[in-house]
Design a binder for this molecule. Sequence first.
Ligand code: GLA
Length: 402
Amino acid sequence: MDQEIKRENFLIDSLTSFEKSNEISPPNDPEITIVRAPGRINLIGGHTDYNEGFVLPCTISMDVMVASMLNDKNFVVINSSEVGQFERFNVKNYKKTNSWIDYVKGVAHYIKKEGHRVNGFLAASNSSVPIGSGLSSSAAFEVAFCQTINSLFDLKLNKSQIAKISYLAETQYLGISCGIMDQFISALGKKDHALFLDCRPPYNNELIKITLDDEVKLVIINSNVKHSVKSFINVRKEECLKGLNILKKHLRNKKTLRDIKIDEYNKYKYKISQVKIQNRVHHVIHENSRVLEAKKALEDQDLDKLGQLMYQSHLSLDKYYDVSCPELDFIFNFLRKKEQSIGVRMTGAGKGGSLVALLRNHELGELFTELRRKYFANYNLELTIYTCSIPNGAETIKKMKI
Ligand code: GLA
């Protein structure tokens, strides 16, 4: 049986059985809604989003799937197959409980703040996006539940609204520091396209076709070094702000680092006396320019050019932004030298997590075996390697009566 159908059936079983076992009376004539929202990789544009810069992510074939149905009470009950337990909250009480269900509460809270109604429902969720791997499992979870509520209560939220509500849930409700890229790509992504996103409101964006024929593979290499995003994104944000405030004294009308051109930066960089701060600014300003070049390369279907920019991005994230780690650099350096490699870079926040690679489809089995062996010998860690397709962003895939 097809893997996706198996997952759908598993979720439907899980939904109907926990509904019975918890004596939650099903509504008359119950209808099950199934939605999915994907994780992401970012082809280029590392740590630019929270500086109102540019990014170029695409969706991946790992996602969060949610099966749900309305109930006639005031509570939401969710069964998460990862955690292996269910939790509930009352739709009149949005106090945080420091549990995974806060992600859903945050989303419901911001949907209500937008003036929509949210009543009780039951849901069962399953995620194939590995947690803490730089593939945006939390954004996929938020977006999947935002789409679930949208669908269940027929709210007619558009994709950008879904992205923004999910972003508010993560940053304002949960207090996690991040940019808006992950929620946008999970909501707006499209099959076989990358999303060019301008992370300055109103978040202009454009889908760009990626033609990956059988010759070129999009590959994710998960270092299996778990990262903790929260702490170091806050530090980097402050460092960028410090650099911006110094440059602002010499350059007029600059709101964020995204407004500063490379030649303007070169003229005044010496005003930033702390090398570390200068480095952070250096990365962001050059990375924004690389994303614009990468967009053009993708539009021209020039994957070699895109690949060169990906290498530069990784090196800059390591040297100037200091968010790589020995394990990521090992994989990067191994792949970069191989004839199959078109481009490689870390994706996500860094200090662990995953890399994304564009590889020529030639003896990849042997290449991965050698990489796994050498990586294990050096770090005593297994690698997880996925060959990816690029699916649609969040969508309701089924509504069915049971
Ligand atoms: C994390 C954040 C994103 C982005 C990346 C770095 O994944 O959630 O918003 O800042 O790091 O590019």
